[in-house]
Design a protein around this ligand. Structure first.
Ligand code: AMP
Length: 221
């Protein structure tokens, strides 16, 4: 498993306890985190609960939410939770899908872009880290894009797969199969942080995020 760069923090319980007892994260506090998640809620209530837990923890830590701007599904859950607990939300949505995905108008900042590509680029630029909660094709596309950009050294921002109730297990199995076939290999590693619970997300990002200016090679894009 050398080329799938998983971080499984052995002392995560300690980190989380530390966060809860002194109100601070174990490392630097990111300014903004991009959350990718479903425009639906899925069937397991644990998904919506996790979106709420994440949103609340971001608001309490003073971390801005960057997301796709929608009001439905897990997207709406995480954004409403941030707002409910006094946090800041930036929604970024292509203007031509606002009729399909109604925007959440209560957010502090709602940006309409010309295209899906512009949306994703802006979400990338505005964020210090990325989290994938459960979701569908859109979430998968956005997650995999960040993993490929990290693989190609376009950025070193943390990417967290929140494997709530084992939702992403089939994807993780596919990554292992890719590694077994050497499509994922040394020099083309899959780099991500894997957590099972929403309360683990902020501490693990805080511990891995490097706040120094990004040395990403943007010449590729
Ligand atoms: P889903 O996980 O399929 O419910 O989609 C989650 C979000 O991803 C929705 O806001 C979609 O509009 C968005 N989305 C879907 N495909 C893309 C794409 N190619 N680029 C950017 N956003 C997308």
């Amino acid at each position: 498993m050398g080329t799938i760069k998983l971080e499984r923090p052995r002392k995560m319980r300690d980190l989380v306890n530390q966060t809860q007892s002194n109100g601070k994260l174990p490392g630097p506090t990111p300014r903004a985190i991009c959350v990718y998640c479903g425009s639906g809620k899925g069937l397991d209530p644990a998904y919506a609960k996790s979106a709420q837990v994440l949103g609340k923890s971001m608001a309490q830590a003073g971390v801005c939410l960057v997301y796709g701007g929608g009001s439905n599904g897990l997207m709406g859950e995480v954004a409403r939770a941030v707002l409910k607990h006094g946090g800041h939300v930036t929604g970024i949505m292509p203007e031509n899908i606002s009729s399909i995905e109604p925007p959440l108008r209560e957010v502090q900042e709602l940006i309409f872009t010309k295209s899906l590509h512009e949306r994703k680029m802006l979400m990338f630029e505005r964020s210090d880290a990325f989290v994938a909660l459960p979701g569908g094709l859109g979430t998968l596309e956005e997650l995999v894009e960040q993993l490929t950009w990290a693989q190609l050294r376009h950025h070193e921002k943390p990417v967290v797969i929140a494997n709530i109730a084992g939702y992403w297990n089939p994807l993780l199995a596919l990554f292992r199969a890719m590694e077994g076939e050497t499509f994922i290999r040394a020099g083309l590693e899959a780099r991500f942080l894997l957590v099972e619970k929403a309360f683990e997300i902020l501490p693990v990002i805080s511990r891995s995020w490097d706040p120094t200016p990004d040395h990403a090679d943007t010449s590729l894009f």
